[in-house]
Design a protein around this ligand. Structure first.
Ligand code: PMP
Length: 384
């Protein structure tokens, strides 16, 4: 069967090629997976099962159950001082569907969306798929992989409509400072933009400072679509629950889009997520502590390797060491490491040009396996 032309030109991304190769290999220490290694807590699973037994087996409300929206509001108020009404919340099929619906609701053909490099790759296709034009913004490690106002001004055009922020960031694991975010806010105001702030890693911040919710910066609330979810914080990737805080007209339009795409979100997952957001604060904190400890240990090992430099862990569960001192490109490093040492990482170049010279390491294995993979990587770096 002949596929649409758009697929005939599309080749698998740098990330997908690594995943496909791992599938065919055995004994790989896999540091390429962006999801917690912990399974969902049993009482959360029980809440989902109970919902099924209680008869929550019908179509859900398009916007999501009130109970789930209330739980998201309470979680954000408790953790980050962000106050919202459940009317301004939309429950989505994972965090991933939010940008798709948001761009569907807000972009006109040719609208440019600023994507800060290195970026979470799906945003790019989601912008294009909704008629927009992604514009990569180069960043530098010295600046925390956050753009300066000059970087943003230089890339702005009359068609610039929006900017995507993602701190703590995937793949960089970096956290923009409050000052950096305030500078971005100044630019947003200056150019009258909207912001999609993907804060799905809000629970994992090791900088010693509190997570800065972009919508809490003065003037930003009405311009910000605040996206998050339970996948990372509550180890619920398979349940597919994300959520968005946004102005009412955006939420209403997302419900319309959902009415002919997914018709809402799995009822049992929504009930489990509501329970999770209401009851697991201590566990969320305890797991973040484990990720922080793992990242610290891995960063310290990386810094002892020939040609590798790694900044301190800041957020999410990713480290993004600079491997340019090995003389290899990030693709060469990734493939040689995989083929020769059976350790899988992702090439930084898969996340935009600014990622060249770096690889992404997800600390989503046990400490023991992380240390084993560091032994192999150290040996590999020693002989290139
Ligand atoms: N945003 C970012 C930055 C992510 O890293 C991910 C998951 N890798 C998502 C969104 C999507 O999360 P979910 O699994 O809830 O769809």
């Amino acid at each position: 069967m002949e596929l649409a032309k758009k697929f005939s030109v599309q080749k698998p991304s740098g990330m997908v090629r690594v995943f496909q190769a791992i599938d065919k290999m055995q004994d790989v220490l896999n540091l390429s997976i962006g999801e917690p290694d912990f399974v969902t807590e049993p009482d959360i699973v029980e809440a989902g099962a109970k919902a099924a037994k209680d008869g929550f087996t019908h179509y859900p409300p398009l916007q999501g159950f009130l109970e789930t929206r209330e739980a998201a509001c309470a979680y954000w108020e408790r953790h980050h001082g962000y106050k919202s009404s459940p009317d301004n919340v939309y429950i989505s099929v994972g965090g991933l569907h939010i940008p798709w619906l948001a761009f569907g609701a807000l972009l006109n053909p040719g609208d440019e969306v600023m994507l800060i490099e290195p970026y979470f790759t799906p945003y790019e296709a989601q912008i294009r798929g909704n008629g927009g034009v992604p514009v990569g913004i180069k960043t530098r490690e010295e600046n925390n992989f956050a753009p300066t106002i000059e970087d943003l001004r230089a890339a702005a055009t009359p068609r610039t409509r929006a900017i995507i922020l993602n701190y703590p960031g995937n793949p960089s694991g970096r956290v923009a400072t409050r000052e950096q975010l305030e500078e971005i806010a100044e630019f947003v105001e200056e150019r009258d933009l909207f912001v999609l702030s993907d804060e799905i890693y809000e629970s994992m911040n090791f900088t010693g400072n509190d997570h800065v919710c972009f919508a809490n910066i003065p003037g930003m609330r009405e311009r910000t679509l605040l996206a998050a979810g339970v996948s990372k914080s509550h180890c619920m990737t398979g349940w597919r629950i994300g959520y968005l805080f946004a102005p009412q007209n955006v939420i209403n339009t997302m419900c319309v889009l959902s009415s002919f795409q997914t018709y809402g979100v799995n009822t049992l997952s929504q009930k489990a997520a509501a329970y999770a957001m209401n009851t697991q604060d201590e566990k969320v904190k305890a797991r973040a502590k484990i990720f922080g400890e793992r990242m610290k240990a891995v960063a310290s090992r990386l810094n002892q390797m020939k040609g590798v430099k790694c900044a301190d862990a800041e957020g999410a569960f990713y480290l993004f060491p600079n491997i340019s001192g090995t003389g290899l490109t990030s693709e060469e490093f990734t493939w040689q490491l995989l083929n020769e040492a059976h350790v899988a990482v992702l090439p930084g170049s898969a996340f935009g040009e600014s990622g060249e010279g770096y690889v992404r390491i997800a600390c989503t294995l046990s400490m023991e396996d992380l240390m084993k993979s560091m032994d192999k990587m150290e040996e590999f770096c020693g002989r290139i």
